[in-house]
Design a protein around this ligand. Structure first.
Ligand SMILES: Cc1ncc(COP(=O)(O)O)c(C=O)c1O
Length: 357
């Protein structure tokens, strides 16, 4: 079976973990700081703050922006639930705007239509590693005095005209094992705002400003040096991984052209192919996924239920009608695109998808 995801952990990660374990400094320390310095440099921000997960990064980012009860934050309904739940954690209300069917990301016009006097921030998601329309989001935010908190959990290295995601607003990346690079668990926030970075540093560590002095109510959402050491080893290979993902995507684009709707990338946009997502309309998607599995090709549906239709959100009274997000949930299928695919794997994927579509 060609797996749809495959984390690549090897000797470098093993050695790095052992070195940390033997050093005696295993909680948040020098490796976390090094990861922060290197990640900020990579993305192009002055600061990065590592956390225990991408969800924690989103949560603390929103809190540090002053988002709380009575506020609304506009986000995508077609995402992993953490994007929206991070808003709920603060006591604010997630407001869902529909997606653009071309790229599955937030539609700028739909966002504008959802702005009220309670709106505090926009939380765009760079889904599948393809940047959301940030020039439009920044223009809307500027016009209405809103903050931008980017969910870049799936989009390490994605960019628009060379400007990386995570620099348009405050960014949040995930190091979960399925992501383009992993720290097993972990997240990281990117910003050039010194005050915001400092607030998040305190919030992740019990609101502590100096040892055993606690200014605000904080949390324990720190990253450990063990996780950071793995993240650092992976960071060394990020550009190779991304290049391989992009080459694999080009192969699939060419091989599948005319048979299925392949991913669309706007001019000037750098897609890092966390997922390679096709559409299979006509109610056939699930049958195709089963048939592919029988033919040795793994696939996944990200995501089968839009957030506003999740039981949790229905229970809270959400009754949105968001037709593009709902259609995408019925039609999308993610094919393997990870850097471990061989030429033969790619040939198999193309052959079997073409045979079924
Ligand atoms: C779009 C999106 N947002 C947020 C998250 C949350 O990241 P984490 O699993 O590191 O908490 C994920 C990944 O799981 C994700 O895919």
């Amino acid at each position: 079976m060609i797996p749809v995801v495959k984390p690549t952990l090897g000797r470098e990660e093993e050695d790095a973990v052992l070195a940390v374990l033997r050093s005696g400094q295993i909680a948040q320390g020098a490796r976390v700081e090094e990861l922060e310095t290197r990640f900020a440099a990579l993305v192009g921000t002055a600061f990065a703050v590592a956390t225990s997960s991408g969800t924690a990064s989103l949560h603390l980012n929103l809190l540090a922006h002053g988002v709380g009860p009575g506020d609304e934050v506009i986000t995508s309904p077609f995402t992993f639930i953490a994007s929206a739940n991070s808003i709920l954690y603060t006591g604010a209300r997630p407001v869902f705007a529909d997606i653009d069917p071309e790229d599955f990301n937030l539609d700028a016009k739909a966002v504008e239509a959802k702005i009220t006097d309670k709106t505090k921030a926009i939380l765009p998601v760079h889904l599948y590693g393809n940047p959301a329309n940030m020039p439009a989001m920044c223009a809307i935010a500027g016009l209405h005095g809103l903050r931008i908190v980017e969910d870049a959990a799936q989009a390490h290295g994605a960019a628009i005209n060379g400007q990386q995601v995570g620099t348009f607003g405050a960014g949040n990346f995930s190091f979960y094992p399925t992501k383009n690079i992993t720290a097993v668990e972990g997240g990281i926030l990117t910003t050039s705002d010194a005050e915001l970075a400092e607030k998040v540093r305190r919030l992740r560590n019990h609101g502590q400003s100096e040892r055993y002095r606690h200014e605000t109510l904080g949390f324990n959402l720190r990253m450990s040096d063990v996780h950071a050491a793995i993240g650092l080893a992976q960071l060394n290979r990020l550009s190779d991984y991304t290049r391989k993902r992009q080459e694999n995507a080009r192969y699939l684009d060419q091989g599948l052209a005319g048979a299925v709707e392949t991913p669309r990338v706007a001019p000037g946009y750098t897609h890092v192919y966390h997922q390679y997502t096709i559409r299979i309309p006509g109610g056939r998607r699930d049958a195709v996924a089963i048939a592919l599995r029988e033919r040795g090709v793994g696939s996944a549906v990200h995501y089968p239920i839009p957030v506003h239709k999740q039981p949790l959100y229905l229970e809270m009274g959400y009754r949105d009608n968001l037709p593009e997000a709902e259609r995408a949930a019925q039609e999308v299928l993610c094919l393997p695109v990870h850097p471990s695919l061989t030429e033969q794997d790619l040939e198999t994927i193309v052959r079997e998808v073409r045979a079924l579509c």
